[in-house]
Design a protein around this ligand. Structure first.
Ligand code: ECB
Length: 137
């Protein structure tokens, strides 16, 4: 049973977010704004459904899914694409494969040293984010 991802998390590092956004085709102006944001994650599990909220002072993004059940994702306010997404556990990682216009797109979440990790990938670019649990130093 993997460590729980649930909770409220504050970002402490965001490596190659620029490269990931370039791969998604985000405009230079929007990238400049997005790079300065302090992202937060709120992860909840209600029954069988995961709810992952990414929040910031500029835009928020929420996704809801059940592990093992493909769903249609619309990346509203991000790159505004329609994807077919499937989340599964691969060992201790919660892995999402996002099928659509972009190749090799998805993300993986896991816990390491009490930190929440997230790799976001698209077309060979990987953005690695680390979050610390809110209220714990
Ligand atoms: C929502 C906060 C960031 C807002 C950035 C605004 C504009 C930039 C446009 C596109 C950048 C691409 C992605 C933004 C990075 C993180 C948002 C959520 C990424 C994601 O797929 O998270 C997963 C895994 O936690 C759950 O949706």
């Amino acid at each position: 049973m993997p460590a729980s991802l649930c909770g409220t998390w504050d970002i402490i590092s965001n490596t190659n977010f620029e490269g990931y956004m370039v791969a998604l085709g985000i405009s230079p102006n929007l990238r400049k704004i997005a790079l300065k944001l302090k992202q937060k994650k709120v992860i909840e599990l209600k029954g069988e459904q995961y709810i992952i909220k990414t929040t910031s002072s500029f835009r928020n993004y929420t996704t809801r899914f059940n592990v093992g059940q493909e769903f249609e994702e619309f990346t509203k306010g991000l790159d505004n694409r329609r994807l077919k997404s499937l989340v599964t556990w691969k060992g201790n990682k919660l892995v999402c494969e996002q099928t659509g216009e972009k190749n090799n797109r998805g993300w993986a979440h896991w816990i390491e040293d009490d930190k929440l990790h997230l790799d976001l990938y698209c077309d060979g670019e990987v953005c690695s984010q680390v979050f610390k649990k809110k209220g714990c130093e």
